[in-house]
Design a protein around this ligand. Structure first.
Ligand code: AMP
Ligand code: MN
Ligand code: MN
Ligand code: MN
Length: 303
């Protein structure tokens, strides 16, 4: 069983349409992938329809933007939550909605300095109903010749420590962990040792474990071997499972194909066995399950 538990579609800051992801996942030899767009479930219904024909299984998920009690920004992978859970519906949608004024602030600051970027271009790049993020702004800067490529746009303009960084609404991390559990989902801390800014201390990760955290994403492209060993040891100490994933973003992160990292089958089984909120989707699996993502306004699904 080859499983990639962290991928993005055009419903957030990936460049592959959700309807195209299952075939792409199958073509790389994956048996299961999780769609984990930022702060919403907007791609799940379309990915599910396509997954029925591809033979690959789809684990519905999302990547939730959070802040720790000490103020460190982090991403929480939420797998198999009930998409109608009212707390998540309200709070995740609020985070996603706040990404719009936040991106508009960044665009306005860039325009004030004469950088070639307009809000209309950002919206055109992101497409309708996407969870708007910095990669969309980076793509516009590249298209307009203001940056050489996406990494250059981040390094000079958009990274956490770059001049135009601006934050958006986030969830409080221990509250988010508990809310994911309450929605029948399984919370896993994403890329805790990515070098993007201040990192969570082991004490803070331990606090998240106390709140119900299920696992740590260990095999991630932003983690070197030292990071992976340390995270694996920490997971062992805290009784957490470990995952591996690509954090696939298509053309917004070059050189990171689907399946670049995968999750150990024993760890996958431990994760899946804890899910009670939403079924795995795919051929033969709960034929109408995606309706719950399509028919109601739930986190990340456009009106
Ligand atoms: P946002 O969610 O709008 O704050 O943007 C964060 C996203 O930007 C991440 O999910 C990555 O896809 C991407 N990202 C963050 N840092 C970098 C970086 N240094 N280079 C390229 N992409 C990045
Ligand atoms: Mn992203
Ligand atoms: Mn992330
Ligand atoms: Mn991600």
């Amino acid at each position: 069983m080859r499983a990639d538990l962290h991928t993005h579609s055009t419903a957030s800051d990936g460049t592959t349409a959700p309807a195209d992801l299952p075939a792409a996942a199958a073509a790389t030899g994956l048996d299961l992938f999780a769609l984990t767009d930022h702060d919403g479930y907007g791609g799940i219904a379309a990915a599910h329809l396509a997954a029925r024909d591809s033979g690959v299984l789809l684990l519905p998920g999302a990547e939730l933007a959070c802040k720790s009690p000490a103020g460190v920004r982090l991403h929480l992978l939420a797998y198999g939550c009930d998409p109608l859970d009212p707390w998540l519906a309200e709070h995740v949608e609020a985070v996603r909605d706040d990404r719009i004024p936040r991106a508009q602030r960044i665009v306005a600051a860039m325009q004030a300095d004469g950088l070639a970027i307009t809000w209309d271009e950002v919206v055109d790049t992101a497409g309708p109903n996407a969870s708007i993020g910095r990669p969309h702004l980076a793509a516009v800067l590249v298209a307009n010749g203001a940056a050489a490529d996406i990494p250059d746009a981040f390094n000079r303009f958009l990274a956490d420590d770059a001049p135009y960084y601006s934050g958006h609404l986030t969830l409080e991390s221990t509250q988010a962990v508990a809310a994911v559990r309450a929605a029948g989902g399984v919370p896993v801390l994403a890329h805790a040792r990515a070098k993007r800014g201040p990192q969570l201390s082991e004490d803070e990760i331990s606090g998240m474990a106390d709140a119900g955290l299920a696992g740590l994403e260990v095999d991630h492209p932003d983690h070197d071997e030292v990071d992976r060993s340390a995270l694996r040891a920490l997971a062992e100490r805290l009784g957490l499972l470990t995952t591996g994933s690509s954090d696939f973003h298509g053309g917004h992160k070059e050189g990171l194909p689907l399946g670049a990292n995968t999750t150990d089958p024993v760890q996958l089984e431990a994760l899946l066995s804890q899910i009670t909120g939403a079924p795995i989707l795919g051929a033969g699996a709960e034929a109408n399950a995606a309706d719950q993502y399509r028919d109601r306004r739930v986190p990340g699904v456009g009106a």
